[in-house]
Design a protein around this ligand. Structure first.
Ligand code: NAD
Length: 429
């Protein structure tokens, strides 16, 4: 029986219950029975106790939903609609690490049956679903693509910590290996995405669309980071320049900053990897990556220069870093460029105090060797406002004044305090 004829009998399994998989599982489980599969037993246990391991969901998100989490592959054997949201990181050499994606695909291959549909949500390079995943599904299951099973691709656009742009109110791109699969995929997502779906022409188009959303952002921020380096030498404030330039109708507002996390600073390498494999060297994208990766090092040089100018020995200087997660209002510190900044400052033997109201103290100690402090001191030479968490927005100039003496340098990476600070030495990117 073909899956397109059995839409009402669809039984969904979500593979990977992280930032992408769990919100989708919860949304779909408000409408139908859903089984979530994850290799992390601790995550599965928390979810079955109705606790969101990432603290992203609303408190009542688990009310009245039909979601069961499992780490046993046999529990998803009777599903027929598999959605994959496992990580797609890069290796140390900055090439795609398809390990989790291949492994999740193998797991599905073991339970894949005639008529099943597999939809990938993980961010990949154009072609990955059909060139990498489909052969694994065929090999492990012994079934034939298009004849026995179908695939689709629907990239995720959620933005961690963002309560405005959500899964349900953001148009979702959907795609399928043929027209009828596309319609089945579209119908399922339409159940939960109130903003509706966009039917991409092919799976490759959908894969490419996701990648360029993040490439475009990365390259534009890189341009602002480069401009900020130039303007610093001219003693011109970049944010003032952007504000002035943005009065023209076609100027696009992007801001300099640290570009970390597991999307914007990672996804471009998926595209550049594929481009190079096809014989094209992507100069602009890779230059942008290089510029963005150097921002933390440029900030640490600024700190060292300031301390040295005060005549203080670096080993006797203290710096406070406020915020260490990869972006505002989230606890996720994976691939945070603030960590690079802290490590670089410590390599100069500077004493660095780090605080973050969202990040778990034990987790960051275990994974990064960073001990978060709970009490601020009053003798810092430099305070770096690295992440614009909600809690910091309420702070006044007086609050910052208490952290050091008259020579205090306040590095306000995003310029959040530009209008507030009048009497402290204040620097932004
Ligand atoms: N986080 C975001 O904001 C975001 C936004 C858009 C797209 N994406 C993309 O979505 C994908 C998932 O990202 P995420 O942030 O949800 O990752 P995550 O690390 O939060 O979650 C992934 C989950 O998959 C599980 N997992 C790993 N290997 C598995 C396997 N073989 N079988 C079953 N489960 C497995 C992990 O235990 C984890 O719980 C990535 O490709 C990412 O680039 C993420």
């Amino acid at each position: 029986m073909e899956i397109e004829n059995t839409f009402t009998n669809i039984k969904v399994a979500i593979i990977g219950l992280g930032y992408v998989g769990l919100p989708l599982a919860v949304a779909l489980a408000a409408k139908r029975e859903v089984i979530g599969f994850d290799i992390s037993q601790s995550k599965v246990d928390l979810i079955n106790k109705r606790i969101d391991p990432n603290s992203e969901l609303n408190a009542n998100a688990f009310d009245n939903i039909a979601l069961k989490a499992t780490s046993e592959i046999k529990d998803i054997a009777d599903c027929n609609f598999y959605i994959v949201g496992v990580p797609t990181p890069i290796t140390k050499n900055k090439v795609p690490d398809l390990g989790p994606l291949k492994s999740a695909t193998k797991s599905i291959g073991h339970v894949l049956k005639k008529g099943d549909l597999v939809v990938y949500e993980s961010t990949v390079f154009p072609g990955c679903t059909e060139e990498v995943c489909v052969p694994i599904l065929e090999k492990v299951s012994g079934l034939t693509y298009l004849k026995d099973f179908k695939v689709g691709y629907s990239p995720e656009r959620i933005n961690p910590g963002d309560k405005v742009h959500t899964l349900t109110n953001t148009i979702k791109i959907v795609s399928g290996c043929d027209q009828s699969t596309l319609e089945v995929v579209a119908k399922l997502y339409e159940e939960v995405v109130e903003a509706g779906v966009f039917r991409a022409k092919t799976i490759k188009v959908a894969e490419a669309a996701k990648i360029i959303e993040n490439v475009q952002r990365d390259v534009n921020i890189a341009l602002m980071n480069e401009l900020s380096l130039i303007f610093d030498k001219m003693d011109v404030n970049t944010l003032d320049v952007i504000e002035a330039a943005a009065t023209k109708w076609n100027f696009m507002k992007f801001y300099p900053g640290l570009v970390g996390g597991h999307c914007i600073s990672v996804d471009p390498y998926y595209l550049t990897y594929k481009a190079i494999e096809l014989g094209y060297y992507p100069e602009v994208i890779l230059s942008g990556r290089k510029v963005n990766d150097k921002v933390s090092s440029n900030v640490s040089k600024k700190v060292v220069k300031h301390i040295s100018r005060q005549g203080t020995k670096l080993s006797e200087a203290s710096v406070l870093v406020m915020g260490v997660s990869f972006k505002e209002n989230v606890s996720d510190f994976r691939n945070s460029k603030v960590i690079d900044l802290i490590k670089e400052l410590e390599s100069y033997e500077i004493n660095v105090d780090v605080e973050d109201p969202f990040v778990d103290h034990d987790e960051i100690k275990k994974k990064e060797g960073i001990k978060l402090c709970s009490i601020r001191k009053s003798n810092y030479q430099v305070v770096i406002l690295a992440v614009v968490h909600e809690q910091y927005k309420a702070m006044t100039e007086q609050d910052f004044k208490l952290l050091g003496d008259d020579s205090l340098l306040l590095i306000d990476i995003k310029g959040m305090l530009s209008n507030k600070i009048k009497h402290i030495n204040h620097w932004t990117l």
